[in-house]
Design a protein around this ligand. Structure first.
Ligand SMILES: Nc1nc2c(c(=O)[nH]1)N[C@H]1C(S)=C(S)[C@@H](COP(=O)(O)O)O[C@H]1N2
Ligand SMILES: [Mo]
Length: 441
C-alpha cells in the first residue's frame, strides 16, 4: 500500500475499504500487525466496527479469524443481462465471458441459460446461425483410418449416450488470489452441470483405429482469434489418450436435450468432465491423435498449468517447473440461498452441490462458527460418475446476529477443500470454501 494514499483511505467506510484495500480494512478491524506479532481476535473497537459493517452482533466473534474478509462484504455481484443468460455476471464482452451467481445454480441439472460461458476467441458465424450443413469432424494423425464425419454420421453410426457432467473453468475462483492473477476474474460461478448427449469419444477414436504411437489428442475448432488474424488459433488443447478413452468423455451434440447453443459450441464439442473446461473444445472440427503431448495454443508455457511444488504468493516460477492441470480439485457450492440472507427464524435448510474432478465426493459438512465446529450434511450419490452431487443440512442458530455458513466437501481420497488455497501464478484451482452470510433477527 502506498503511504500517500493512507491518509485518504483511513477516512473511508469499512465496506469500501474491504472492497478496495482488504489488508488495510483487516488491520483496522483486527488491530495492526507488527512483524513479530500475529493479529488478535476480533474484539473491542474492531468487533464494534465489524458488527456495524455487517449490521448485527456476531455471536461467534471469538472464532472469527484475523484476515477474514466477511462474506457479507466479499461478494459484490452486479446484475447485467446478455441475451438468453439473464442473471449471469458478464466479466468481459469481447470475448464473451459470463459466470453464474451461486444461488442461480441450485438446479441439479444446470439449464442452458444458467451455464457459464467462457470464450477465448470469436465464435464462428456458422454456429451463430446454427447451420451445420458444412460442418464435418476430421479424425486424423496417429490413426489407421482417418475419418471425416458429418453430424448425421455422429448421430447414426455410434451409440448415443446421455450424461450429467460437471464442467468447470480451471480459473474459477481466480478473483480471490492475492497478489491478483491476470485473466478473467471469476468468483465462484464458472461451473455448470448440464446433461450432455453425444457419443463416446472412445468409440470415435476406435472407429479411426488407434496406432500404437498415439498418446495424446489435439482438439481444433472454428472460432477465430481476437486479433482477426486467420493464421492464429485462440485455443487448441487436448487430453492424454487414457482420459479420452474414459467412457464418460463425450463428443457431444446436445445440451439439455437441445442442439448445443451457439455460445456453448454448436454443433459439437468434446466434454472431458472433471478436467479444466478448456479441454472441452467447443465448435470442434478436428481431433488429431499425436505421438507426443499436444503443444497447441494454451497447452504450453503457463497456460492451464500450475507449479509442481507450492510457491510463495507472488513468486516467479521457471516455466519448466509447471505441470499441466489434470483432474480439478474437490469443491462445493451453497446454492439454496443467496449470500446476504436475513431470516427471522433460528433454523435454516441449506443445500448445494459438491464435485471433485475425476473423483466422487464422500463427505459434506458446513460450519456456522467460522470453522470451529462442523455439521455433517446429507450427500446424495451422483446420478452418474462426473456429475456433481446434491447435499443438504438443517442448521440452527443459537441466537440473533451475524453468521457465516461455510461449506466443505471431502472427496473419496480423503482430500478436503482448504480454507484458503495456496497461490499460483495464473490463479488456477481455487477450491477454498464457499461461504454466505446470514443475519438472524
Ligand atoms: N473452441 C473453443 N473451445 C473452448 C473455449 C474456447 O475459447 N474456444 N474455451 C474453453 C474454456 S477455457 C472453457 S472453461 C470451456 C467453457 O465452456 P462453456 O462456455 O460452454 O461454459 O470451453 C472451453 N472450450
Ligand atoms: Mo476455462
Amino acid at each position: 500500500m502506498s503511504g500517500k494514499k493512507t491518509q485518504r483511505k483511513s477516512v473511508r467506510g469499512l465496506c469500501e475499504l474491504y472492497q478496495n484495500d482488504p489488508e488495510r480494512a483487516d488491520a483496522v478491524v483486527f488491530g495492526r500487525k507488527t512483524n513479530s506479532q500475529r493479529r488478535g481476535f476480533l474484539k473491542g473497537a474492531g468487533l464494534a466496527s465489524m458488527a456495524a459493517v455487517v449490521g448485527a452482533h456476531i455471536p461467534f466473534s471469538d472464532k472469527m479469524p484475523a484476515g477474514l474478509i466477511p462474506a457479507a462484504l466479499a461478494d459484490d455481484v452486479e446484475d447485467f443481462v446478455i441475451q438468453g443468460k439473464e442473471g449471469l455476471v458478464v466479466l468481459n464482452d469481447r470475448p464473451i465471458n459470463a459466470e453464474t451467481p451461486p444461488h442461480l445454480l441450485d438446479d441439479d441439472v444446470t439449464p442452458n441459460n444458467r451455464h457459464f460461458v467462457r470464450n477465448n476467441g470469436i465464435p464462428p458465424k456458422s454456429a451463430l446461425s446454427m447451420d451445420a450443413s458444412d460442418w464435418a469432424l476430421t479424425i486424423d494423425g496417429e490413426v489407421h483410418n482417418p475419418l471425416v464425419l458429418t453430424l448425421d454420421d455422429l448421430k447414426t453410426k455410434f451409440k448415443p449416450v446421455k450424461l450429467k457432467l460437471q464442467l468447470e473453468c480451471g480459473g474459477n475462483g481466480r478473483a480471490a488470489f492475492n497478489p491478483p492473477a491476470r485473466g478473467n476474474q471469476w468468483t465462484l460461478g464458472a461451473i455448470g452441470n448440464a446433461e450432455w448427449t453425444g457419443v463416446r469419444y472412445r468409440d470415435v477414436l476406435e472407429a479411426a483405429g488407434l496406432k500404437e504411437s498415439a498418446v495424446y489428442t489435439a482438439h481444433y475448432s472454428s472460432d477465430t482469434h481476437l486479433s482477426g488474424d486467420p493464421e492464429k488459433v485462440p485455443i487448441s488443447r487436448g487430453v492424454p489418450l487414457e482420459k479420452a478413452l474414459d467412457e464418460h468423455c463425450l463428443i457431444a451434440f446436445e445440451m439439455n436435450g437441445e442442439p448445443i447453443p451457439a455460445m456453448h459450441g454448436f454443433p459439437a464439442r468434446t466434454i472431458c468432465p472433471g478436467w479444466p473446461g478448456s479441454t472441452s473444445q467447443k465448435w470442434l472440427n478436428r481431433i488429431q491423435l499425436r505421438d507426443q503431448i499436444h503443444d497447441g495454443p494454451k497447452m504450453t508455457g503457463k497456460a492451464y498449468r500450475v507449479p509442481k511444488y507450492p510457491v510463495a504468493p507472488g513468486a516467479k516460477v521457471p516455466t519448466d517447473d509447471f505441470a499441466i492441470i489434470e483432474s480439478m480439485p474437490v469443491k462445493s457450492l451453497i446454492s439454496s440461498h443467496k449470500t446476504g440472507l436475513s431470516i427471522s427464524k433460528s433454523s435454516l435448510r441449506v443445500e448445494g452441490h459438491a464435485w471433485a474432478g475425476d473423483h466422487a465426493v464422500a463427505k459434506m459438512a458446513v460450519s456456522i462458527d467460522f470453522g470451529a465446529t462442523w455439521i455433517s450434511a446429507d450427500l446424495a450419490p451422483p446420478p452418474n460418475p462426473f456429475s456433481w452431487q446434491r447435499w443438504g443440512v438443517n442448521v440452527s442458530f443459537p441466537k440473533a446476529g451475524y453468521y457465516e455458513i461455510w461449506a466443505k466437501a471431502t472427496d473419496v481420497n480423503g482430500v478436503s477443500q482448504p480454507f484458503a488455497v495456496n497461490w499460483n501464478p495464473k490463479g488456477y484451482l481455487n477450491n477454498s470454501f464457499h461461504r454466505i452470510s446470514v443475519t438472524v433477527t
